[in-house]
Design a protein around this ligand. Sequence first.
Ligand SMILES: O=C(CO)[C@H](O)[C@H](O)COP(=O)(O)O
Length: 226
Amino acid sequence: MTQDELKKAVAKAAVDYIAPRLERDSVVGVGTGSTANFFIDMLAELKNEFDGAVASSEATAERLKSHGIPVYDLNSAGELEFYVDGADETNEHLELIKGGGGALTREKIVAEVAKTFICIADESKKVGVLGEFPLPVEVIPMARSLVGREIVKLGGDPVYRDGFTTDNGNIILDIYNMDISRPIQIEERLNNIVGVVTNGLFARRPADLLLLGTSRGVESIARKDS
Ligand SMILES: O=C(CO)[C@H](O)[C@H](O)COP(=O)(O)O
């Protein structure tokens, strides 16, 4: 199977998982990226069975609206039952690296609000130790050099994502060669650097359910303590 076929399979598995659990007044949190896009396209078929969505990026909001799915501001949406999103990497504890598409801050905010965070990913994203994929950090532009120096002190190699601006008007530093064997500690240390908005480690708030697309079918992996 191609990677896109695996992404479609996990998107469908996510729709199948939430469909019987949706109420007429449900609002669904929706992530960003190519896997999330497949999910949005399939979610559209259920659009008369739930109220609407909260988007984790402008691109996702546009795609939801193009299907006629109402998009709500998170502040007026109240509680979200589900947040469905892809990932750049996941480990066995469902701790993630996200933000390859640069939407990490809004993704983290929406994930924080949701009762159940469903991660949809193809098997190429499953790793033993996080960090092969460069870890994105959203940074206030004037703090770029300061944050870069602090990241070097933590043992990482920051690279400026040239020409990219987040939906929040900030920049991204991608960290290479970082030891992420203790994800919660690294997530907190990076977030403590002045000028960092947030980083793409989802360890404090990992996924609750991983739907992993493999050549043998979609594996459903629940977080052990969730
Ligand atoms: O975190 C993300 C965007 O900020 C995406 O979920 C991540 O980059 C995976 O993308 P894709 O589904 O295209 O492989």
